[in-house]
Design a protein around this ligand. Structure first.
Ligand code: M6R
Length: 366
């Protein structure tokens, strides 16, 4: 079942190139110029009437939703709010007929997410689910479904489900943009072309796994560490930090890099590991100055950088390079080294990687 891997998590990390391909699958026109989400029933007219989008999910799926917010706002220019499902209903969200509510759930059985879905439907919203389980409760009750074709995910720590959810959001963002005319045909074709490169680029990253093992073994000696990043890198930092906590039990915090100096910098001391995501071209200079802030306080910084950005390498202690893609697509690559770091840190600490303490794969209580 583990296909020769030591753990399901590792197998599932290596399943990702296929999961990307399968999730894109026939949803891209053969000429590469359009996406074809033929499964959606929402009409172009209803799409034009959407006044706001709510993305609701838990845990890792919520982190995918944070990327989704960025993607939809950038591509379709519709305002998007994100909520963790356990909070959504209790803040009296403004849900109207022209609200598109997107619920994201690998299992499709998460109680809080299901409750949010039901509340959204009760208020007359159109509910679109991004889920990995055909026939799950979420899939059955939503008005529309984008199925992620990641295949069964057994490890409690979500990996390929998260990245397939990202692909789902890219496809949806493009579909909305096509319908609304918010991106030119050239821009759409450019994103699609870059998406097609992602599976091979993930494989390239996986070939460097051994290098991350060494870094993770060093990390595993510490009790605290930080992830920092700006923009999409911040969303990925949150996911990297959750993954590390979940299976290695090492405490970490993810911080928007520019927010450090508003309190958190007080925790930076000699030798503390900081993983700095710096993949967003426009934000690079700003992130580098935040890296200098932690370096000056003795932090040991691992930078996650895009190929060709040599400037960053001068300000960090070590760098992990990911292949070049469009800024908007980087989360689909930058999260892979973070998944591997968590895996190897968990292993180094002798934990049960696939079944971390206190946690269940599917959370069916509110
Ligand atoms: O099945 P779901 O996507 O609804 O699950 C949501 C979370 O419980 C889940 O993503 C959790 O955070 C993962 N174990 C994290 O790796």
């Amino acid at each position: 079942e583990k296909a020769g891997f030591d753990h399901f998590m590792l197998k599932e990390i290596y399943d990702q190139p296929k999961a990307y391909r399968d999730t894109m699958g026939s949803r891209i026109a053969p000429d590469g110029k359009r996406v074809t989400l033929n499964e959606l029933t929402i009409t172009p007219e209803a799409i034009r009437n959407i006044s706001r989008v709510h993305i609701v999910a838990c845990g890792t799926a919520f982190h995918a939703g944070m990327v989704g917010k960025y993607v939809i706002e950038k591509m379709a220019r519709i305002p998007v709010e994100t909520d963790v499902a356990s909070e959504y209903r209790y803040r009296s969200p403004i849900i109207t007929k022209d609200t598109l509510v997107i619920v994201v759930s690998q299992s499709g059985e998460t109680a809080d997410t299901l409750a949010a879905l039901r509340e959204a439907k009760r208020c007359g919203a159109h509910v679109l689910a991004i889920t990995n389980v055909v026939g799950s409760s979420v899939a059955r009750e939503a008005n529309d479904i984008i199925t992620t074709w990641a295949g069964p995910e057994i490890a409690v720590a979500s990996t390929k489900a998260y990245t397939s959810q990202l692909i789902g959001f890219y496809l949806l963002g493009l579909h909305l943009a096509q319908t609304l005319g918010t991106q030119t045909p050239e821009e759409i074709a450019e994103v699609i072309a870059a998406m097609k490169e992602l599976p091979a680029q993930v494989s390239e990253i996986l070939e460097q796994a051994e290098a991350l093992k060494v870094v993770a073994e060093e990390m595993a000696k510490h009790d605290n560490l930080f992830f920092i990043g700006r923009g999409l890198d911040y969303a990925v930092a949150l996911e990297g930090s959750l993954k590390l906590k979940e299976i290695s039990y090492i405490h970490s915090e993810a911080y928007a890099a520019g927010e450090l100096k508003h309190g958190t910098l007080a925790l930076i001391e000699d030798d503390i590991p900081v993983i700095a995501l710096a993949t967003q071209h426009e934000l690079l200079e700003k992130t580098v100055s935040n890296i200098k802030e932690v370096k000056a306080r003795g932090a040991k910084v691992l930078g996650i950088a895009v190929e060709g950005e040599t400037e960053l390498q001068k300000s960090v202690d070590s760098t992990f390079i990911i292949p070049k893609t469009l800024d908007v697509l980087t989360p689909a690559l930058s999260v892979i080294p973070l998944q591997l770091l968590s895996y190897y840190a968990s292993l180094a600490r002798g934990n049960d990687v696939d079944k971390p303490r206190n946690l269940a794969k599917s959370v069916t209580v509110e």
